[in-house]
Structures are given as structure tokens and as C-alpha cells.
Write a protein that binds this ligand. Structure first.
Ligand SMILES: CCC1=C(C)/C(=C/C2=NC(=C\c3[nH]c(/C=C4\NC(=O)[C@H](C)[C@H]4CC)c(C)c3CCC(=O)O)/C(CCC(=O)O)=C2C)NC1=O
Length: 184
């Protein structure tokens, strides 16, 4: 498992050079609090995000909870919710570390094959991940929409939400895309 710092060391070592371009690490440090805010925005809304994403996925494809569907019976429903939580948790680890390796090595490695063996449908999984991606963007920007959240609307009250958040939204989105690519 690597983070932004160990990644710089490993890359430098691979070319037997001294650690070269420190500017990206400087930014990583300078923007560190903002990164922690982004991680916190996801982590403290995680259970709501997961249940909403899986509920949305099922709403759009109710066959999943009927006999023969992969979220039927309750044991499989529980496994699916748990998997949603696992994916979101590893995405937040990657965002915290500034590196995707923890997500790749401990969550995605072999998942496609496991799902194929168990008959877990990829299109539905991808849909749930896409919903979590959209939720994460909204929470990092601290702009959850009233239309979607209703009475559950919860703002973190972040004091700075300028467009520097955009790079963290883009980075988080790239980890969700990585999940989708690994399963597709
Ligand atoms: C830490 C890394 C890690 C991952 C990623 C992981 C995933 C994982 N998900 C599994 C099952 C499962 N995963 C699902 C998920 C779903 N079914 C659907 O219809 C939806 C599309 C989707 C939810 C979004 C289901 C239903 C099962 C149980 C399948 C079965 O037993 O028939 C299994 C098989 C063993 C078990 O049931 O626990 C693994 C290993 N386990 C891990 O330890």
C-alpha cells in the first residue's frame, strides 16, 4: 500500500534518481486540511450514502429483490449493502492517502472474478457506485441537493468551498471510476 509520499520514493527508486519533483507533494501538504475535510465529508455520511445508493439501484431494477435476484433473500441484500460499504470505505482510504493502491490491492483485486462466480450483476453494481460517486461530489463540495436529500439534508458547514474543491472532487471521482473499470 502506497501513499503520495511513498509513491514518490518508489518512482524515484525505479529510475535510480533522487526524489525529483517535489511540487506536487508541496501541494499535497498545503491542501492537506482540505483533503481531510473531503475525507470527513464522505466518512461521516457513509451509511446514509450506501443505503441510499443501494435503495436507488433496487428502485431502478426491482427484479434484484425478487426470487432469483441477486439481492434476494435478506442474506444477499445484507452482503450487497456490506459490499457498498466496503467500496466506499476503500475509496475514502485512497482519497486520504492520495493514492489508489490501497483500493486496488485490498478491495478490487479479484473482485470481478468473485462477482462473476457468484452471479453478482455488474451493471447494477456499477449503478450503485455511480450514485455514490455523485453523492461524494456533492458532499465534498458541501452542496447536497434539497431535492434529493429531503428531510435528511445534512451540510457539513465547510467554510471554504471554492473551486479548489474541484481537484478533490475529480480525484475522488477517479477512484469511483477505477472501481467501475475494475468490474467492467
Ligand atoms: C475487503 C474486500 C472485500 C470485498 C470487496 C468483498 C466482496 C465480496 N462480496 C461477496 C458477495 C456478495 N456481494 C453481493 C453484492 C451485490 N449483489 C447485488 O445484486 C448488487 C448488485 C450487489 C451490491 C451492490 C452479494 C449479493 C453477495 C452474496 C452472493 C451470494 O452469496 O450468493 C463476496 C463473497 C463472500 C461473501 O458473501 O462474503 C465477497 C468476497 N469481500 C471482501 O472482503
Amino acid at each position: 500500500m502506497l501513499d503520495a509520499f511513498s509513491r514518490a520514493v518508489v518512482s524515484a527508486d525505479a529510475s535510480t534518481s533522487v526524489v525529483g519533483d517535489l511540487s506536487s507533494l508541496k501541494t499535497f501538504i498545503a491542501e492537506g486540511n482540505r483533503r481531510l475535510d473531503a475525507v470527513n465529508a464522505i466518512a461521516s455520511n457513509a451509511s446514509c450514502m450506501v443505503s441510499d445508493a443501494i435503495a436507488g439501484m433496487i428502485c431502478e431494477n426491482q427484479g434484484l429483490i425478487q426470487a432469483g435476484g441477486n439481492c434476494y433473500p435478506n442474506r444477499r441484500m445484507a452482503a450487497c449493502l456490506r459490499d457498498g460499504e466496503i467500496v466506499l470505505r476503500y475509496v475514502t482510504y485512497a482519497l486520504l492517502a492520495g493514492d489508489a493502491s490501497v483500493l486496488d490491492d485490498r478491495c478490487l483485486n479479484g473482485l470481478k472474478e468473485t462477482y462473476a462466480a457468484l452471479g453478482v450483476p455488474v451493471t447494477s453494481t456499477v449503478r450503485a457506485v455511480q450514485i455514490m460517486k455523485a453523492q461524494a461530489a456533492a458532499h465534498i463540495k458541501d452542496e447536497p441537493s434539497e431535492a434529493r436529500a429531503g428531510a435528511k439534508l445534512r451540510k457539513m458547514g465547510s467554510t471554504v468551498t471554492d473551486d479548489r474543491c474541484a481537484s478533490l472532487v475529480a480525484e475522488a471521482s477517479s477512484y469511483f471510476d477505477r472501481v467501475i473499470a475494475a468490474l467492467s
